[in-house]
Design a protein around this ligand. Sequence first.
Ligand SMILES: *[C@@H]1O[C@H](CO)[C@@H](O)[C@H](O)[C@H]1NC(C)=O
Ligand SMILES: *[C@@H]1O[C@H](CO)[C@@H](O)[C@H](O)[C@H]1NC(C)=O
Ligand SMILES: CC(=O)N[C@H]1CO[C@H](CO)[C@@H](O)[C@@H]1O
Length: 432
Amino acid sequence: MPTKLPRGGFSWWWCPKLSSRNWTIAAVSAVLAVLLFILSPIPISPTFTDTNVNSGIDDYSEGVPFTPLSKAQTNSAFCLDGSVPGYHIRRGFGSGSKNWLLHVEGGGWCSTMSSCSARKRTKLGSSNHMELQVQFFGILSHDPLQNPDFFNWNKVKIRYCDGSSFASHSDSEFRNGTKIFFRGQLIWDTFMDELLSIGMSKAREALLTGCSAGGLATLIHCDDFRNLLPKDANVKCLADAGFFLNEKDITGKRTIESFYRDVVHLQGVAKSLNKDCIARSEPAKCFFPREFIGNIKTPVFLVQPAYDFWQIAHILVPNASDRRGSWLRCKLNIFNCDPVQLKMLHGYRNSMLETLSEFQKNVEGGVFINSCFVHCQTWAAETWHSPTSPRINNKTIADAVGDWYFKREVAKHIDCPFPCNPTCYHRDLTLV
Ligand SMILES: *[C@@H]1O[C@H](CO)[C@@H](O)[C@H](O)[C@H]1NC(C)=O
Ligand SMILES: *[C@@H]1O[C@H](CO)[C@@H](O)[C@H](O)[C@H]1NC(C)=O
Ligand SMILES: CC(=O)N[C@H]1CO[C@H](CO)[C@@H](O)[C@@H]1O
């Protein structure tokens, strides 16, 4: 089976990174990626005029400008470096004008003063480094062909610049030497205030979504989001690649758990985590979705690749546990993995399915767990909804999410193990 190539519009450099030394690499890759993006000969999304759409807009790939959060200054809701957070918004139209879809950006977390300091100098810690415009694809697209159920909703991309999935608290800020702001929860509250004041308080339908660290933020803030909206509104949450497993790595070390513990302690995250979970577990554990997903009252959908390349590279096989580098090629492209490595990846998938077995019984919930080597899948047309998108039971992710959101049918889709699904969009990270 051939590996599919990444196309323009696929923002692979937004993958979370654990280690600060990667930031130089990430920055260089980002610049290259932007160049590739600009120079890409492949059209990013179809541009056509559909006369049935009353939007008055016919260019589906036009940029959406950055809007600074207007009450950030007053509320002292700052990015790690003290700059003002912000978002990108495209207004809904027609029958979607009272519906709201929020997409929370991801980008990992920082666990030490030095990694948070390094992050201040990137767009994940400072709005001074963010793009002034972004393009909306996949679940954010207003092209009905690319996004059949949500194309005409109000859509907001929430930029991430706090390093804690919007859960840090300022009483953990160190006052010695380096000034770093831990205002994640305050940023979240300020975003909600602002969006409510510009129309979201009258929402009829609403979907909180996000990918990776933004998917985790979606789960953490799901019930609070629901409670801010009208009681009779249809409100649900969708986490894309946000179901991080608390698994031991290949050497038996609890790498991700100790990393999460550092994030939670450094940034005072406990106060934002699920109260029922905190009452029975150590706070760091409550940063793992498995520990609190059963306590979320709002309906949740999980889009989750069973061979999530981020989880493989950071949870199952972190560099520190692969001193000889025998996994490096496999972590970049699943077709490079040898049979022993593949066996371990299948084991990871089994853990994922086992961990989710309880959640799957939730009648209000939905899952799309495909066997692709990928990370985020909702924000690109290629993976969200297109003739060549990944499918399970002949449903694209967009079909499955729409079925669940609008209760058209039960949406619990679990793929057969790799490499059985020919519709997968496997990433080849050697191409970055
Ligand atoms: C692991 O090491 C490789 C090769 O040095 C590097 O490209 C990659 O970014 C590292 N990954 C992490 C998560 O540090
Ligand atoms: C799969 O779905 C598409 C529409 O999304 C449809 O055209 C096609 O016939 C379906 N294929 C099968 C085998 O059901
Ligand atoms: C960056 C820095 O110097 N941080 C220190 C600030 O103070 C706390 C507590 O006293 C230390 O633990 C940090 O290392």
